[in-house]
Design a protein around this ligand. Structure first.
Ligand code: SAH
Length: 350
């Protein structure tokens, strides 16, 4: 607006019109004069994600499949849980990290999402919920497709719009960025924004982690732990340690003991994620009592540890299952039955 010679008050109206009012075009912006509208039309455009498919799970979880301008597709997952309504967002088309247990990894990295494509996910889901039944998204997690810290230049402006009080106005306490552990980028994120950090640790020895997370060859587990120890955390915050539990691989009490030792000097809370099985992998979820025993080991030593409940299994919306929505929907006949949320359009189409 400065370049165009506009004043801050007008810039603010436009910003709010977009991020709070949900204007889809320059013409839908409220309180903007005709001359300014035409100047804006020449200088900029409003881009929106196109909803391709929305699947509803029996447990209330929803998966949104978006079509991007160049035909690529990404997914977001909306997870109701008590008084929370969490949106799990994607940061990339595919992912370059190639964690062996994760289906998104199979896609490889197709491209980075633009800042607008990241911020559009909560914007459009939020506007649709507001019209549908007045519910509001309470939490954002960057745990969908992609490695968010591998797309930091676009992630930062996207999250800035999520947090801004004239924008979507999410509290930084309710926004969490999850990473495989790109150590130097963790600090960069912390310097830019006060959001929560989650790290997918997933293993307790170098060899074990290298086996499932190739990034360990570049950043060793030891370096990752050291980076977490030094991470500039505000007083009341802790790093969430994600730990995917795979039967017979990393689910023993020896693993629990090693994990406890690794985290001794990290201000951490652990979130155990029982592996979500899928036909493409020969990996199994540990029996529940094994997960409980692992949790008990940590908790009884004073480390906070929760178990993530799997949600949206029937629509392949669970952790590590994203990337094949359209194919899965076709195979299951979901394109025609009730799981498809009828008539979804983030904005009235008329
Ligand atoms: N790239 C980021 C964001 C993805 S988050 C990261 O790795 O943290 C997705 C989370 O789901 C990660 O903790 C990942 O380890 C976990 N995950 C991937 N596949 C899974 C599966 N099949 N079952 C359970 N968790 C899985």
């Amino acid at each position: 607006m400065q370049e165009l010679g506009g004043d801050p008050a007008l810039a603010q109206r436009i910003y709010q019109g977009l991020w709070q009012g949900g204007a889809r075009t320059v013409d839908e912006l409220p309180d903007v004069g005709a001359a300014w509208r035409s100047a804006l039309r020449n200088a900029a455009f409003v881009s929106m994600l196109e909803p391709d498919l929305v699947l509803a799970s029996d447990d209330g979880t929803r998966k949104y499949l978006w079509r991007l301008e160049d035909g690529h597709r990404i997914e977001s997952v909306l997870i109701p849980d008590g008084d929370r309504l969490t949106l799990c967002m994607s940061s990339q088309v595919g992912c370059a990290m190639a964690c062996t247990f994760c289906l998104t990894g199979d896609l490889g990295l197709k491209r980075q999402l633009k800042a607008s494509e990241i911020a559009n996910q909560p914007l459009q889901v939020g506007l649709q919920l507001a019209r549908e039944d007045g519910r509001r998204i309470t939490n954002l997690v960057l745990m969908g497709m992609g490695e968010p810290l591998h797309n930091l230049p676009n992630l930062i402006p996207a999250l800035t719009n999520c947090l801004h009080d004239l924008g979507m106005n999410f509290s930084h306490r309710r926004v969490t960025v999850s990473t495989v552990g790109l150590v130097h980028k963790m600090v960069e994120l912390a310097e830019a924004l006060p959001v929560n950090l989650a790290v997918s640790v997933n293993a307790t020895t170098e060899a074990q982690r290298r086996q499932i997370m190739p990034i360990t060859r570049k950043h060793s587990l030891a370096k990752l732990i050291e980076a977490m120890e030094r991470f500039p955390l505000p007083n009341n915050k802790r790093i969430t340690i994600e730990y995917v539990m795979i039967a017979g691989f990393n689910d023993s009490l020896d693993d629990a003991a090693r994990l406890f030792e690794l985290l001794e000097r990290v201000r951490a809370k652990v979130n155990l994620i029982p592996y979500n099985e899928n036909p493409d992998r020969d990996l199994r979820t540990p029996p529940h009592d094994r997960v409980k025993a692992f949790q008990h080991y940590l908790v009884s030593r004073g480390l906070s540890c929760s178990i993530r409940t799997t949600r949206g299994t029937d629509i392949s919306a669970a952790c590590g299952q994203l990337g094949k929505a359209r194919q899965q929907a076709t195979e299951h006949g979901w394109l025609s039955d009730a799981r498809r949320v009828a008539g979804f359009a983030p904005f009235p189409t008329s």
